[in-house]
Design a protein. Sequence first.
Length: 208
Amino acid sequence: VAHGDVEHFRPKSVYWWLAYCYDNHLYACQICNQVFKKDRFPVRRKMRPPRVAPGAGEAELRAVAAAMTPDPVNELEGMSWAAYAARCRAENPGLPDPYLTDPEPLMAWEADEIQKRVLVKPRGGSARALKDFQAMEECFGLNREELAGWRYQTYRALRVLCMYLERLPKDDALRRQTVQEILRMRSDRSAYAGMVRYFLAEWGVSLG
């Protein structure tokens, strides 16, 4: 990862009316956003842009855009969240919108002990799942070498902690500390938390 960007999930160069829409803004890794995704946004049925009169001025464009986006403060202004979400889903995008879809169940992780890296893989085997994963991999650089290597560092630490966990009695103070560290690693506030949760489930680790 690198310094963060506030990224336009649907690129503002195409979806100009969503340029100031909070529900189109995401925190993103700078490399993911500026090197890989850029203005990419694969869809199966593109959202129809709002109609504006030829030669419309800035004030008119802003008014049109405001009517086509949810207002985070006043729900009576602009488009309702439900209507906005329905328009987004109707595009049938190739990238999962994290405001609408949890992307974690779409991914699996595979450790390569020889090259000391962890790669992200598609979890489902359907043609749709494979195609969507390919779009995510290309748009976000999920398996670029440095990222795969950094994942492995977290994976290795998790593996060691789980080995300790198996050998320590349940009433041991060191075991409780080990459990707390694993819980921290799998929390949403930690890097590679989805990967950590995946391997904990794969290994059948009990934190009780």
